[in-house]
Design a protein around this ligand. Structure first.
Ligand SMILES: C[S@@+](CC[C@H](N)C(=O)[O-])C[C@H]1O[C@@H](n2cnc3c(N)ncnc32)[C@H](O)[C@@H]1O
Length: 185
């Protein structure tokens, strides 16, 4: 990560609770996963001020595979802050910002991601999955944050993905709990 991105990342970590950002550990994990995998088209559901966006975009840049991130946020002010943060890091070319309700954007998605990072409305996780599960190709990865911290709210989603034979999944013991699922077929 370049020095500016590192500086912005540490600054954002000071307001982590205000913007509901993922933990630093989770960000490091997602970044490494992008670098070791073949991922090129990432979809993030829940941008907030762009902390996870920064980590994903930086990893895509570092991986050098011409990767791109599309990130969804309905709160305009928060999206503006995210755009500024990503621009300051010199990562704007790697990110497309979509403003609006995740369910509406997902229903009309014009590309098929090979990694999805779910981190928006916990009660809607199951609907995000329902809209994406058939479209994703074999080898695609789904990540979902807060599956331990908000276990009750995401229980239906966890149950559904666990019982879908096309997906192999595991809950990782990172802060808040990160679900990782791999599409097998
Ligand atoms: C947990 S925060 C995302 C944090 C971000 N991924 C990070 O780690 O830096 C969730 C964000 O999702 C947005 N959000 C919640 N429900 C949404 C929805 N239905 N559609 C779009 N955005 C939504 C919220 O406004 C909030 O900014």
């Amino acid at each position: 990560m370049n020095t500016t991105a590192l500086k912005i990342s540490s600054e954002l970590e000071q307001t982590q609770h205000e913007f509901w950002n993922i933990s630093h550990q989770t960000a490091e994990f997602i970044s490494m996963l992008i670098k070791i995998s073949e991922v090129r088209n990432v979809l993030e559901i829940g941008t907030s001020n762009g902390y996870s966006t920064l980590w994903i975009a930086d990893a895509l840049k570092d991986a050098g595979r011409n990767g791109h991130l599309t990130t969804i946020e309905f709160y305009e002010k928060r999206q503006c802050i995210a755009k500024e943060n990503i621009a300051k890091c010199g990562l704007s070319d790697y990110v497309t910002f979509r403003q609006g309700r995740a369910l509406e954007i997902l229903a009309n998605l014009d590309f098929i991601p090979d990694m999805v990072f779910i981190d928006a409305n916990k009660s809607e996780y199951i609907q995000y999955f329902d809209l994406l599960k058939d479209k994703l190709s074999k080898g695609s990865i789904i990540l979902a944050d807060n599956v331990i911290s908000h276990a009750a709210k995401v229980a239906d989603f966890l149950n559904e993905i666990k019982n879908d034979v096309r997906y192999q999944s595991q809950i990782l013991d990172l802060p808040a709990g990160l679900l990782m699922a791999l599409k097998l077929a």
